[in-house]
Design a protein around this ligand. Structure first.
Ligand SMILES: [Zn+2]
Length: 132
C-alpha cells in the first residue's frame, strides 16, 4: 500500500475522480497522504458527483427540502465523501482539524467549513468541499 492511495467504493467514483474540481482532487490527495503518513491508513471515497435526481431522492422526506430544494456541492464536482469508520474518533478529529487549518473553504467567510462529518442516510462520512 502506497502512502497516497485513494480507493473508490465503486467504479463510478473512480471514473468521476478526474472530472471533479482540481482543487477537490488536491484536497483528497492531501488527506490521503496525511492519513497514510500519520496512521498508515488509506482513504476510500464513497461519493463524488450527484445528479439532481439523486439529490431529490436523498432529501425526499425532508419537509424543508420539499418547500425549498437546495443544491449540493456534489452536484458541481466540489464535494467528496470519505468513509470514516476506518478511523478512530481521535483520528477523525485530527483529520478534521488538519483540513480546517490547511484547506480553508473561503478565508473571507470562515463560517463555511471545508470539512464536516455528516450522515445522509448511508452512515457517517467525512465530507470535504472546495469553493471552486
Ligand atoms: Zn458529502
Amino acid at each position: 500500500m502506497g502512502e497516497m492511495d485513494v480507493y473508490f467504493k465503486e467504479q463510478r467514483q473512480a471514473e468521476e475522480f478526474p472530472l471533479v474540481s482540481p482543487h477537490l482532487r488536491g484536497l483528497v490527495l492531501d488527506v490521503a497522504f496525511y492519513a497514510g503518513r500519520r496512521y498508515g491508513k488509506f482513504i476510500l471515497i464513497t461519493e463524488l458527483l450527484r445528479s439532481q435526481e439523486e439529490q431529490d431522492q436523498i432529501y425526499n422526506n425532508d419537509s424543508r427540502y420539499r418547500r425549498r430544494a437546495w443544491k449540493s456541492v456534489h452536484q458541481f464536482g466540489r464535494g467528496a465523501d470519505i468513509r470514516i469508520r476506518n478511523f478512530t474518533a481521535v483520528q477523525q478529529r485530527d483529520i478534521l482539524d488538519y483540513v480546517t487549518l490547511a484547506w480553508p473553504y473561503d478565508p473571507s467567510r470562515p463560517e463555511f467549513p471545508s470539512v464536516s462529518i455528516h450522515d445522509i442516510g448511508l452512515g457517517r462520512h467525512l465530507h470535504l468541499q472546495v469553493l471552486k
